[in-house]
Design a protein around this ligand. Structure first.
Ligand code: NAD
Length: 550
């Protein structure tokens, strides 16, 4: 069984309240063909990150949401609805736990076995927690990363530089646009032509190349003319990167967003067509993982060589260094992850990927929200510049949405303002507010968000769990706990949060609490680890941290 799902728009609801309707619409939105990578298999993004365990579970979730009362809570265990309990009308409507394994069993072998038996599903981050909004959801984070890289290395602009990366999937597809927004040239190696075409269609990518020579010529011309250009190069990264090293093409920046976190489903071994890879995956998964891991080792070796040749090289959160290290590349961790290199100072202020979607489906609602955001934060030049670029360059996918990195204090302010706009009718229907799990206080991921923490607390998982607990207590609309997102099984624990602004008083109370506790966890986590920016933020903005020195 398979169904074609599209985002549901308009003012008519089929559930017993907007909160339940919001969960249903966001589940549909996750699987809209404009948004999802392989919706026919319920796969949203990030390797095999899914929205529901199977189509039977999907339908059971739909039916349960339609019947769910405003004082009931549905429980989801790895994509399958397993119970409904009476709670109260300021409690979450849905609680989700996805891909969580007991630590000793927390590896891909156990997961794949359970997945095959139909007992589990990989939730990635926002796939299994119904707040994925397509590449538009990550593009600001990617933009900010490259902007910070430009500040640190190139006087604030990537003009005249060439960035080399791979992977044009759901998240990776944001890379070309993020580089061109920073005025640079990007060569993005992608093994699956349909992914290149999807990025061309959605205007995240400018042109396609079938050979390195073709890509090289276009890249050099654009660089020399100081023009921004993004090129999707059809090929396998493990083969193309060493070829570029052999050529005289000068590369300034190197990273990667293939789905290296999942060696069986996320990375195509060198020498294999997509079809041959699919056959081998089915026939001999052990051999497949062996070959893909060997290719990743070669890929990382090439990245290290680029570093030696003077390029700025960083890991973009897919755990490729770990795979290479396990394959014997002893210096795989010689280049840093993107969080310690560029993002952590933002996390210290509780900043992160705040996002919202207009449930009406009407782009005008986002225009009204954008205008409000400009009014609320007139001094935040970075945000205003982002909003200018976003409204001009980012095509909506599925429900019209906006991503805007906001910090502690700002998120609650914006959330309450959105609720008022819904109450007054200036925004035509409720708005869903959420975020990526890749946020300041919601993840424990020692090769990514919590890499190289100042106090060595990289592997402490308590913070992610506390984040989900406090957001549940504060009354989020749906709250989730996941394992293995971003970097794969055994390497991360993280929590998601969504809260619905439906214009009511009930929503206002919950928005204020959740949008304070959630980024507050980011400030507290980083203050606890000894980061001065976080300590100052806590003191200045009044985050109550009992053991913080006066
Ligand atoms: P995806 O699975 O949708 O896309 C991965 C892409 O890599 C696919 O298009 C695939 O064809 C391509 N690919 C696989 N092997 C290749 C090879 N050898 N050479 C060239 N291309 C190859 O995944 P996604 O959603 O784009 O995420 C990519 C990775 O980034 C994942 O590991 C994900 O966990 C991680 N991630 C990063 C961030 C971030 O902010 N940096 C956020 C979320 C996820």
């Amino acid at each position: 069984m398979s169904r074609k799902i599209t985002a549901k728009k308009g003012l008519e609801i089929e559930c017993k309240g907007w909160e339940q309707e919001a969960a249903l619409r966001m589940l549909y939105n996750n699987l809209d063909p404009e948004v999802a990578e392989r919706p026919e298999d319920l796969v949203v993004y990030g390797g095999i990150g899914k929205a529901a365990r199977n189509w039977e579970s999907f339908e059971a979730i739909e039916n349960t949401l339609r019947k769910l009362e405003k004082d009931e809570t549905m429980l989801i265990q790895s994509g399958k609805p397993v119970a409904v309990f009476k709670t109260h009308d300021e409690a979450p409507r849905v609680l989700l736990s996805n891909s969580v394994l007991v630590p000793k069993w927390a590896d891909w072998e156990h997961f794949n076995e359970l997945d095959k038996k139909g007992l589990m599903m990989y939730g990635q981050m926002t796939a299994g927690s119904w707040i994925y909004i397509g590449s538009q959801g990550i593009v600001q984070g990617t933009y900010e990363t490259f902007a910070e890289l430009a500040n640190q290395n190139y006087d604030g602009s990537l003009k005249g530089t060439i960035t080399l990366t791979a992977g044009l999937g759901g998240m990776g597809g944001a890379q070309p646009l993020a580089v061109t927004m920073n005025e640079g040239v990007a060569i993005c190696v992608e093994v699956d032509e349909s992914r290149i075409d999807k990025r061309l269609e959605t205007k995240y990518l400018d042109v396609k190349a079938y050979s390195l020579d073709e890509a090289k010529q276009m890249a050099e011309e654009a660089r020399d003319a100081g023009k921004a250009l993004s090129i999707g190069l059809l090929g396998n990264a493990a083969k193309v990167l060493p070829e570029i090293l052999e050529s005289d093409l000068k590369i300034n920046i190197v990273t990667d967003q293939t789905s290296a976190h999942d060696p069986l489903n996320g990375y195509v071994p060198e020498g294999y067509s997509l079809e041959a890879a699919a056959e081998l995956r089915e026939a001999n998964p052990v051999e497949y993982v062996k070959l893909s891991s060997a290719s990743m080792a070669k890929h990382v070796d090439a990245m290290l060589e680029f570093k030696d040749a003077g390029a700025v090289v960083f890991d973009y959160g897919n755990n490729i260094r770990q795979v290479a290290f396990d394959e014997g590349v002893e210096n795989a961790f010689d280049f840093p992850g993107f969080v310690p290199a560029y993002i952590r100072p933002l996390f210290c202020e509780g900043m992160g990927p705040f996002r919202f979607a207009a449930l009406s489906g009407d782009p005008k609602d986002i225009e009204v929200a954008d205008k409000k955001m400009r009014e609320l934060f007139p001094e935040n030049e970075k945000l205003l510049r982002w909003l200018d670029m976003a409204s001009e360059k980012i095509a909506f996918q599925g429900l019209p949405s906006r991503i805007a990195w906001l910090g502690y204090g700002e998120r609650a302010k914006m959330g309450l303002a959105l609720n008022e706009l819904v109450a007054s009718g200036e925004i035509s229907a409720p708005v869903v507010i959420g975020r990526d799990h890749l946020d300041s206080g919601s993840v424990a991921s020692p090769n990514r968000e919590t890499e190289s923490m100042k106090d060595g607390s990289d592997a402490v998982g308590d913070w992610a769990i506390l984040n989900a607990l406090v957001n549940t207590a504060a009354g989020g609309s749906w709250i989730s706990v996941h394992h293995g997102g971003g970097v794969g099984m055994g390497y991360s624990l993280h929590a998601g949060m969504v809260v619905v602004a439906d214009g009511t008083e009930n929503a206002a109370r919950r928005l204020k609490r959740v949008l304070t506790s959630d980024p507050g966890m980011g400030v507290a986590r980083h203050a606890d680890a000894g980061y001065e920016i976080a300590v100052d933020t806590a003191k200045e903005r009044g985050v109550n941290i009992p053991m913080l020195e006066e």
